[in-house]
Design a protein around this ligand. Structure first.
Ligand SMILES: [Cu+2]
Length: 136
């Protein structure tokens, strides 16, 4: 498991480096906009909400990343840091907060290497709306 985790992290770093160099113009790949299954790779820095589920549920990003939450669902979601209801683990995630349908917002800079769990504060017991961001 530790080996697989570090291998995935290496891929994530490479992908983010690629994105950074390609950035500056309009947004590159914002992930699939069609289909109902979660096919987003673990190298994404975007988490999409649709059909009451986040995709991907767990991502790994380098320190200094801002992760974007996109609400592609038909209802409002409120993304916050664990634990519910105090949200004190990773305050950077609380910058996302309330997202009406179609809205997107970024976390603050995730500068501390650690694992940050998140959830939908409105539907806090729905497992498919929970996940984690691992900062390396
Ligand atoms: Cu909560």
């Amino acid at each position: 498991m530790p080996y697989a985790r570090s291998a995935a992290a290496a891929v994530a770093l490479a992908a983010v480096a690629g994105l950074a160099t390609a950035c500056g113009s309009s947004s590159p790949n914002m992930g699939p906009s069609t289909g109902s299954t979660c096919t987003a790779s673990s190298t994404s820095t975007t988490i999409t909400i649709s059909n009451n589920a986040v995709c991907p549920q767990n991502i790994t990003v380098p320190r200094g990343t801002q992760v974007t939450f996109v609400n592609s669902d038909s209802q409002t979601h409120e993304m916050n840091s664990d634990p519910h209801p105090t949200h004190e683990d990773c305050p950077e995630i609380n910058a996302v907060g309330n997202l009406v349908a179609g809205q997107r917002r970024q976390t603050s800079n995730l500068v501390i290497a650690r694992r940050c769990g998140f959830h939908d504060h409105i539907l806090f017991d729905v497992k498919s709306l929970q996940g984690s961001i691992t900062i390396q």
